[in-house]
Structures are given as structure tokens and as C-alpha cells.
Ligand binder design. Structure first.
Ligand SMILES: *[C@@H]1O[C@H](CO)[C@@H](O)[C@H](O)[C@H]1NC(C)=O
Length: 364
């Protein structure tokens, strides 16, 4: 423990020193190159930076913009300090330092974009920002789009190696495919999904035999993956996962987009470090017209998902299990949510971007 603290401290010092060196280099460049540099830079009226990462980008950007007399626009996706707090805990001195750093340097920006309304209010209240803050909800990249023909969806699934063992159910139309992409880290508790699937299996083999066969395809790489894979293998061996098959997959971006469009339901375990950021994967699922059940115990959740229209929220593995039973046990319930998600997929970037960001950046 003491060692990791020391290592973190040392790393932090190295980062701060590196940031200072870069800042000094920028200052020297500006002074030495003088007028020529200024003439060159004068063309750039605006600089947009994404936050996080905050260290050292935020300091460099704000100092550079001050020297160049460029307007800085910060595009907030989350907070550097809240992500650090996941690893170190709220009360760690480095988290306090990082909070202070973010609060101080962001003040130099002349405008802010952020991903939720909740984040706007947070920035206004906690960061005491005076300049305009414009919420701009994330939209999926253009390669996420629904596949409307159900035979095309089935064909795509049938060609995946992950569906080999359940192909007879797939062909008979009785398989439900659940997709979850996880970073396999501590802030996404994968055991919530495993426990819910165990409960589903238990009911599907006892009191509710009408429940269909489920294939859960999990994508993503991360530190806790091997641990969970061992756990899943043990559960399979002991016969506790009947009517439920769990497979991991690593897909290309186009194939991941097709999988989202072909599956029955998406699951998000994202727990939002700040409470006001949103899981991009849910945005992508909606882009593909896939309904979503997700962890909803954070403030910004209702800005993304309309309960019962395009998805459902849960706060425990019991609630997740209830949703799976309800949606997989009644295809008309699932179909209603699918229609809601497909409606959501028709909103694209331009719908968000044009009315909000374009006037700010002087583009209209
Ligand atoms: C399925 O859900 C619909 C509402 O979406 C409801 O009207 C119907 O009764 C449900 N069917 C069963 C068997 O529970």
C-alpha cells in the first residue's frame, strides 16, 4: 500500500514536472519567435479541447490560449478528478489536488460544451463558471444503424462462432441475444450481470419454463476478465447456467455495430464516476436501434434513457433479473422497446450540433 502511494506520488511529480517543461517550452517559443509566431497564430480564433484527460492538457491549453489570445472552448465529457477518485477514493490528497487543478484552469475558457444537462448544472454550481455552458448530447458514430430486416439479423448472428452451440434455437427463432460491452474494471461490477443470469436460469428451469434460451455475448478487454471467465466456467460446469450461455467476443468495429443491430437487448453496467457523465456504449446501442437495460443510479440517466419507452433501469442484480424475465418472457414488451430505440436511432449528430454548437463557434 505504502509502495503504491509512493509510486503514485512519484508519477504525479513526474507528470507535473513534464507539464511545466512543456509550458516553459511554449512560453519560450512564443517569446523567441515573437511577431512571426503571433501573425501565424492570429488566424486561430478558437481552440477546442476535450476534458478529460485534464493533466497536463488543460493547463497547457489555457496558458497557450492566454498567450495566443485565442478563445478556449472546453468540451467536457467527464472529470479527471472523479475518474482518479475511482482508483484512489474521494478523500485522497491527489484527488483533492486534481479537483483544485481542474477548477482553476477551466476558468480561463470562454465557453464550455458538455454532454448532459446535469453536467451543465454541476459545472455552474460546483465550478462556479461564468461563461456560457452548452449541453450537447453525444450521438452515435454513423456506422451504428439499425438492421430492419429480421432475416438479415439472424443471418449475421448465425455466422458468428459465438452462436455455434445455440444455433438450433437461433434458427427456430427462440433464442434471445443479450449484448454487453464492458471494460472489466472495478467501476463496472460484472457480477451484477452474472447474478441476474443465474436467477434467470433458475426460474427458466423451474417455475417459468416458457422463458426462452439466452445467449449473452460480452465484448471488451480489461483487467478482471480472466477472473470472471474462470467463475463463469465453474458455474457452467456445476450446471447452474441452464438455458443461459455466456460467450466473450472481440469484434471489429463494423461487426460490433452489426452485432448491436442484430441482438435482442443491450446491457450497460456503467456506473458513472461523476454521476453526470453518460455511457457512450448506450448511445451506440440506440444508434443501432437496440433497446437497453442499464444501471440507473446516477443523475444523468434519464437524459439518455426514457424508462419503458426505449429501455429500463436497474439498481441491483434482482432488478436486472426481473427485467430480463419480463422482456424475454414477453416478446411484445421487448418489441415495444425496440421500436422506441429505433426511433432514437434516427437522431444524429447534426441534430444536436447545428442548433447548439454552430452559433457558439460562429459557424452560422
Ligand atoms: C405482454 O405484455 C403486454 C404489454 O406490453 C401485455 O398486454 C400482455 O398481457 C403481456 N403478455 C403476457 C403473457 O404477460
Amino acid at each position: 500500500m505504502g509502495m503504491t502511494m509512493m509510486a503514485m506520488m512519484a508519477m504525479m511529480i513526474v507528470i507535473v514536472v513534464m507539464a511545466m517543461v512543456v509550458v516553459c517550452m511554449v512560453v519560450i517559443m512564443v517569446i523567441v519567435l515573437g511577431a512571426r509566431m503571433r501573425a501565424f497564430m492570429a488566424v486561430r480564433r478558437l481552440m477546442r479541447m476535450s476534458n478529460p484527460p485534464s493533466i497536463p492538457t488543460l493547463a497547457i491549453a489555457s496558458i497557450t490560449c492566454f498567450l495566443r489570445q485565442t478563445k478556449l472552448v472546453i468540451d467536457w465529457h467527464n472529470f479527471g478528478y472523479s475518474i482518479l477518485a475511482l482508483k484512489l477514493g474521494q478523500n485522497h490528497p491527489l484527488v483533492k489536488l486534481s479537483t483544485w487543478y481542474e477548477k482553476v484552469f477551466c476558468k480561463s475558457a470562454s465557453a464550455h460544451l458538455c454532454v448532459t444537462d446535469a453536467m451543465k448544472y454541476f459545472l455552474k454550481k460546483e465550478f462556479e463558471l461564468q461563461h456560457p455552458i452548452l449541453p450537447l448530447h453525444d450521438r452515435p458514430a454513423s456506422h451504428f444503424s439499425p438492421i430492419l430486416d429480421s432475416s438479415v439479423r439472424t443471418e449475421f448472428l448465425a455466422n458468428l462462432p459465438e452462436t455455434r452451440e445455440v444455433r438450433s434455437f437461433l434458427n427456430a427463432g427462440t433464442l434471445r441475444v443479450l449484448v454487453s460491452s464492458t471494460s472489466w474494471t472495478a467501476d463496472e461490477d460484472f457480477s451484477v450481470l452474472i447474478d441476474a443470469l443465474l436467477r434467470y436460469s433458475e426460474l427458466a428451469t423451474t417455475t417459468q419454463p416458457h422463458l426462452p434460451e439466452v445467449l449473452a455475448i460480452i465484448t471488451g478487454k480489461g483487467p478482471q476478465k480472466d477472473m470472471y471467465l474462470e467463475q463463469i466456467a465453474l458455474l457452467e460446469k456445476s450446471g447452474k447456467l441452464q438455458k443461459v450461455t455466456i460467450r466473450t467476443a472481440w469484434l471489429s468495429v463494423p461487426d460490433y455495430a452489426k452485432l448491436l443491430a442484430s441482438a435482442s437487448l443491450g446491457v450497460s453496467l456503467h456506473t458513472s464516476s461523476s454521476g453526470v457523465d453518460l455511457p457512450m456504449k448506450v448511445v451506440d446501442m440506440f444508434g443501432a436501434g437496440l433497446p437497453v437495460v442499464g444501471w440507473d443510479r446516477f443523475k444523468a440517466w434519464p437524459e439518455l434513457v426514457t424508462e419503458g419507452v426505449n429501455g429500463l433501469g436497474f439498481g441491483s442484480s434482482e432488478e436486472l433479473a426481473e427485467h430480463l424475465i419480463e422482456l424475454f418472457g414477453n416478446s411484445s414488451r421487448l418489441e415495444t422497446l425496440r421500436q422506441g430505440a429505433q426511433k432514437e436511432s434516427s437522431r444524429c449528430w447534426d441534430d444536436e450540433w447545428d442548433p447548439i454548437a454552430a452559433p457558439l463557434l460562429g459557424l452560422t
